[in-house]
Design a protein around this ligand. Structure first.
Ligand code: SF4
Length: 207
């Protein structure tokens, strides 16, 4: 079974797409948007590798203890740089009756025009695609899960169609975790001033 190059996994998060989700930040992004929130995910040699079978087992275990888990989110990094592996994983996730949300810095129209078959396979397994690069000059956190005005929601199946009209009512949120070793991690969307305050808090606590 193939493996994925990963930056981070959160087994339970409520801020990376609809409902409770298992989220995978893949490692490696060739798009390199100015002002990207996750520049540490750019290096395609960074992060660590994890077997798809192992990830599936972890998702199954998470589902057993968190029955309200409704899906898996692929973000990054650039998920379409590992489209082959993610489409294999997504196919198995769908068989577990879980949804798939995929983020990409590429534009949907470009993906549709691409001759890359793996890209089309990943699209086929995706329920909700959130596409487009982060454009600093169009920074906007008023819509859920995304950071700039140019980015779009593509409802590729009926699974999340019901959200189309209520999207403006879903607030952007930040999740903060305090780990047993004393470190703090965050995910979700927040103004950079909030993130700076958080980093300062982490610094003060470690003094
Ligand atoms: S596509 Fe996403 S991960 Fe890649 S540089 Fe842009 S914002 Fe960052």
């Amino acid at each position: 079974m193939p493996s994925l190059r990963i930056s981070r996994i959160e087994k339970r998060t409520r801020v990376e797409g609809p409902g409770l989700r298992y989220s995978i930040w893949v490692q490696g992004c060739p798009i390199r948007c100015e002002g990207c929130f996750n520049p540490h995910t750019w290096d395609s040699n960074g992060g660590y590798t994890k077997d798809i079978d192992e990830i599936l087992m972890e998702i199954k275990n998470t589902l057993e203890t968190a029955t309200e888990l409704e899906g898996v989110t692929f973000l990054g990094g650039e998920p379409f740089s590992q489209a082959k592996e993610l489409s294999i994983l997504a196919q198995k996730i769908k068989k577990m009756n879980l949804s798939v949300v995929t983020f990409t810095g590429y534009e949907y129209e470009m993906i549709l025009r691409s001759p890359n078959r793996e890209w089309h396979r990943l699209l086929k397994e995706t329920d909700l695609l959130i596409d487009g690069p982060y454009i600093q000059a169009q920074h906007d956190l008023s819509r859920p899960w995304i950071g700039s005005k140019n980015q779009n929601y593509r409802f590729l199946t009926d699974v999340y169609k019901h959200l189309e009209s209520s999207l403006p009512l879903i607030p952007n949120k930040l999740e903060i975790r305090l780990h047993p070793d004393g470190s703090i991690s965050a995910n979700g969307m927040a103004e950079s001033i909030d993130l700076h305050m958080l980093l300062e808090l982490d610094y003060v606590r470690k003094e």
